[in-house]
Design a protein around this ligand. Sequence first.
Ligand code: PMP
Length: 446
Amino acid sequence: MTFERKSRSDYEASLLDKGRRYMPSGPRNPTRSPEQAIIVRRAHGARIEDCSGNEYIDYLLGSGPMLLGHAHPAVVAAVRDALADGSAYLLAGEACIELAERMVEAVPCADKVYFQSTGTEATFFALRLARAFRKRDKILKFEGAYHGMHDYALVSTQWTVALADYPTPVANSAGIPASVLNEVLVAPFNDIETTARIVEQNADELAAVIVEPMQRTIPPRAGFLTDLRDLTRRLEIPLIFDEVVTGFRLAYGGAQEYYGVVPDLCALGKSVSGGHPIGVLCGRADIMDCAGPAKLMRGEGVLLSGTYSGNPISAVAALAAMRELRRPGVYEELFARGRALMRGLVDVAGECGISAVVSGEPPAFELWFTDGELADFRDVLRADAGRQGRFAQLLMDRGVIKAHEKFFISTAHTDDDIDATIAAARDAMRQLATEGTSALAPPSRG
Ligand code: PMP
C-alpha cells in the first residue's frame, strides 16, 4: 500500500473550525499536530476514513472497543433489527437478561452483574460497592493506571507529570475536591513489597484495591497479581480488576482468565459490545448483593442506576459481539496478528539503530523509545515521549492511525494490513532516525 495523503478539503476544514468554536476542547486530535486533525466520515473493518477522503489503517479502534473491527456485519444486523423494537426501556429487556447470563458464564469472578453505559461508571460503582461492603472509605490505586473520569479515578493516572512520594495521590484535573484526594492511596505497579507495606499500614481504613491487571500496556510481573490477590484476601479487602481494556480482549474471560487470577469485583466495557455504550460491573454475590432489595429496604443498600443501564441496543450488540468472539480460532488469529506487528516494530527500530522496546500483550501494546525494562509508570516516564509522539505523526502521514500510547489490534486486521503497517513503520523510523532524539518537546501526557 502506498498512501498519498489528500490535502484537507474545505468541508473538513470548516468542520474543524466549527468544532473548535463550539466544543471547549475542540475535536479530538489523533496526534498533537494541528495539521493532522481530522473529522471522521466513516469506519469499516480495520479502516477509518476522514472527511477529505483519506483512509487509514486504524489501530485506535475507538480507543479499544472495536475488537471486531468497525461496523462488524453481525453487530450491525443485530442492532438494526433491535432498533425497530425500541431503544430504551429502563426496565430490563430480554437481551439484558440473556447478556447477564452470558457475562456470568464468561467472566470468572462474576456471580452477578450490573450494567451501565461507560467504563467510568463501572469503576465508580465498583468502588462504591466495595466501600459499602467493607464499611471503609479509602481506596488504593496504582500510579499511572487509568480508571475513567470520575473524581476518585482521575488521580495519579498516566497524565501525571509532577510525581509525589507513595502513597500520596496527585490530581490530574482541576475540580477534584481535596476531600476526595484524602480517600485515595497510590502504590507502584509491579512492586509488591511497597504495595504490601502501604496496604498493611492502611488496612483498617481501606475499602478496596483497584488495579488494571495489565496496566495500560505494562503486563504484570510473574507473581504480582497472585501476591496482590493473596494480600487482599488475607486482609479481607476487596480486590477490583479494571478490565475495561483487557476484558474480552486478552481472552474471552479477560485478564482474569489470561493471567489466572480472580478478583472480587470487575469493571468491564469497551470490547464487550462491538462499539456500543456499555459498562459492566460484576463480581462476588455477597458484595454485589449490597445493591440488592433486602439492603436497600433497610436503608443500607448501594444505589446503582442509570437511564441507559441495561440498554437494549447495547445488550443485543454485546450478545452479537460475544457470539463472534466465541468462534473457534478468533483469539489465536488476533494474537498472531498482534505478535507479528509487535515483532515488526521492534525489528524496524533495530534496523534504524533506534533503541525501542515493545510492551503489552499482542491484542494491545505500545512501542516505547527506551532500552530499559518497563515495569511501572516511572519507567514509562523515562522513555522518550517526544519521539513517541513524533512516530505517531510520521505513521499517520503514512496512512496509519494509532491510539495514544497504544496499538489496539482487531480481528478485522489482515496479514496485508500488518505488512503495510510494518512498511509504514520502517519508513517512519528511517525519518525519525534523521531527526535525532528531541524532535519534539515531551508532551503533557494527554
Ligand atoms: N478503565 C480503563 C482501564 C480504561 O482504559 C477506560 C477508558 N479508556 C476506562 C476505565 C473508562 O471507560 P469509559 O471511557 O468507557 O468511561
